[in-house]
Design a protein around this ligand. Structure first.
Ligand code: FMN
Length: 105
């Protein structure tokens, strides 16, 4: 458990985060069910959500549009899709994507 979660596994002070990177494997063409639960549980209006996924052929699939539907008052940035089999060697791809996002403090 990280410092950002409490004993119940909930994120403390989600209100203090403006940008939330949401990572998920693609299951049945979209985000994994626990990630869907996570996004449903928190008030994310006005926040920026940055999806990144691993997959076995679907790419982002419907994940970005499904996130947008679940979080209609959030800003969804361009997501990154990495083949699960390539995840361990995707560091350069991830770095280039983060730079393209141009997120500033
Ligand atoms: C229940 C389940 C459903 C999945 N559905 C998809 C899918 O629709 N499209 C896809 O590209 N990969 C699908 N996958 C593969 C996962 O996305 C992949 O296993 C995950 O990203 C991790 O990659 P790895 O298994 O190579 O480590 C599915 C995996 C599981 C367990």
């Amino acid at each position: 458990m990280s410092n950002e979660t409490n004993d119940a596994g909930k994120v403390d002070r989600i209100g203090s985060y403006d940008v939330i990177f949401v990572g998920t494997p693609i299951w049945w063409g979209t985000m994994a069910a626990p990630v869907k639960s996570f996004l449903s549980e928190y008030e994310l209006s006005g926040k920026t959500i940055v999806p990144f996924v691993t997959h076995a052929g679907s790419g982002l699939g419907r994940s970005a549009s499904d996130i947008a539907a679940l979080c209609p008052h959030s800003i969804i940035l361009d997501g990154l899709a990495v083949w699960g089999t390539n995840a361990k060697t995707a560091q350069n791809e991830v770095s280039a994507w983060v730079r393209r996002l141009r997120i500033r403090e």
